[in-house]
Design a binder for this molecule. Structure first.
Ligand code: C2O
Length: 536
């Protein structure tokens, strides 16, 4: 196994999209940022140097960080942010993982422009469990705001209202053809007839679940969130922020140009946001002047399209890659996730109220010392361990709304013994608007054992669970007006953030953390912090 060194200089860079320019925060002046390559088993050292006026931190989304929570990255959860002019080396080993993930800033809204791909190849000489592609291509989906995203969110927090939606979606940094900016070119994916391509799809958007489609070509799904799945063919991939999906595409035409689209799955709660990003699959030898074969993206709220994709996902569950689903669980947790309204006398708009988000009616308040440091060094008064295992009021989605919509503020964690097994049902409350919540758990992969619409029924629903080959991932959409059940083993000591990966919902408080105690055996404890760990 190798040691790989990377240097990430966080710098401002003037960037033009949608025919207008703005300075953005980037890594090494690139948007999207550089791809981090490694092999399973490698140790990765990324020196992040902060040259901008903001505090920064970087998260390696989906990397398990076994015993190395210090390198996970969420600001004020596992580390204090890197101040202007300082640096920090993220040092971690990739254990038992291979596939596509992403890295992104994990503070404020900086991840809108500070993100990139993580490509983990199998160990040398270990083949993929699917036919070897001729070529591999990273396809990063994201969003673009014409204005500064920090200003967008700060304005929303002041007013109590929802922030502006983005002005465009992007494919590898480019919106493609959009009205009002005809000179702009989209991403071009050159292919040769007869060859097979592995597309490593990543959704790095802030607030949008996306559909991805290529005109005239089927996509064979082989992996999600860096776990192998039973291959299946689809026209459309649905991908939530924080999720990744690897697909094989056969260039089975002789020539031509084919439209590639990334379009929104759900309506944004307040504003209408229609923009579809476009790119072109371009067969070699095809003239630019040849018209592009078009495709219609699925309509918004096409739940049937999304469900047919999501319901097809199964863990590969082969001899080499077994699905180690916990069959019995020590913890049976039921968390409601959703938005609500709280009074806000100082809010300028919104009739003296503001939108808040909560898990089990707890709106998470960010601490000013990182939770992991508070835990490791026994610093009191930073967090409490009384995160509730179920909501304070009986929740009923189809009945009258809960008597008390008011959320309580708190910096609460849920404590788990080392190696205990957890079943967690995430129930959408749909109190303000029906919305999917892509919930991401740091430090673990989990198995998505069940899902349904309406209220979760603890008596009958577990009988429908798939405990054999459920898909394994790190981010899962809690269906609008429904629930998902996940299972995982708490085999990673540390403090692990769990939150909605729609950044606006995280900002409003849809987040919490699990604290996993050290085990008693060798190699079952959190490692000591590195000496350059930033201070708060
Ligand atoms: Cu990709 Cu806590 O985030």
């Amino acid at each position: 196994c190798a040691v790989r060194h990377y240097k990430f200089d966080v710098v401002m860079k003037n960037t033009t999209r949608l025919c207008s320019s703005k300075p953005i925060v980037t890594v090494n002046g690139k948007f999207p940022g550089p791809t981090l390559y490694a092999r399973e088993g490698d140790t990765v050292l990324v020196k992040v140097v902060n040259h901008v006026k903001y505090n920064v931190s970087i998260h390696w989304h989906g990397i398990r960080q076994l015993r190395t929570g210090w390198a996970d990255g969420p600001a004020y959860i596992t580390q204090c942010p890197i101040p202007t002019g300082q640096s920090y080396v993220y040092n971690f080993t990739i254990t038992g993982q291979r596939g596509t993930l992403l890295w992104h800033a994990h503070i404020l809204w900086l991840r809108s422009t500070v993100h990139g791909a993580v490509v983990i190849l199998p160990k040398r000489g270990v083949p993929y469990p699917f036919p070897k592609p001729d070529k591999e291509v990273v396809v990063l989906l994201a969003e673009w705001w014409k204005s500064d995203t920090e200003a967008v969110i700060n304005e929303a927090l002041k007013s109590g209202l929802a922030p502006n939606v983005s002005d465009a979606h992007t494919i590898n940094g480019h919106p493609g053809q959009v009205p009002g900016c005809p000179s702009q070119r989209g991403f071009k994916l050159p292919v040769e007839s007869g060859k097979t391509y592995l597309l490593r799809l990543i959704n790095a958007a802030l607030n949008e679940e996306l559909f991805f489609k290529i005109a005239g070509h089927k996509l064979t799904v082989v992996e999600v969130d860096a776990t192998y799945v039973k291959p299946f063919k689809t026209d459309t991939v649905v991908i939530a922020p924080g999720q990744t999906t690897n697909v094989l595409v056969s260039a089975d035409k002789n020539s031509g140009k084919y439209l590639v689209t990334a379009s929104p799955f759900m309506d944004a709660p307040v504003a209408v946001d229609n923009l579809t990003a476009t790119a072109t699959l371009h067969y070699s030898g095809t003239l630019d002047s040849i018209p592009t074969t078009l495709t219609a993206p699925p309509p918004k709220n096409a739940t049937a399209v999304a469900n047919s994709f999501l319901n097809s996902l199964r863990a590969l569950n082969s001899k080499q890659f077994p699905a180690l689903v916990p069959q019995k669980t020590d913890h049976d947790l039921y968390f409601t996730v959703g938005l609500g309204i709280n009074p806000c006398p100082t809010c300028k708009a919104g009739n003296g109220s503001r939108v808040v988000a909560a898990i089990n009616n707890v709106t998470f308040i960010m601490p000013t010392t990182a939770l992991l440091q508070a835990h490791y060094f026994n610093i009191g008064g930073v967090f409490t361990t009384d995160f509730p295992s179920k909501p304070p009021h009986v929740f009923n989605y189809t009945g009258t709304p809960p008597a008390n919509l008011q959320t309580r503020n708190g910096t609460k964690v849920f404590r788990l013994a080392y190696n205990s097994t957890v079943q967690l049902v995430l129930q959408d409350t749909g109190i303000i608007a029906p919305e999917n919540h892509p919930v991401h758990l740091h430090g673990f992969n989990f198995f998505a054992v069940g899902k349904g619409l309406g209220n979760y029924n603890p008596k009958t629903d577990p009988q429908t669970f798939n405990l054999i080959d459920p898909v394994e991932r790190n981010t899962i959409g809690v269906p609008s007006g429904g629930w998902v059940a996940i299972r995982f083993r708490a085999d990673n000591p540390g403090v692990w953030f769990m939150h909605c990966h729609l950044e606006v919902h995280t900002t409003w408080g849809l987040k919490m953390a699990f604290l996993v105690d050290n085990g008693k055996g060798p190699n079952q404890s959190l490692l000591p912090p590195p000496s350059d760990l930033p201070k708060c």
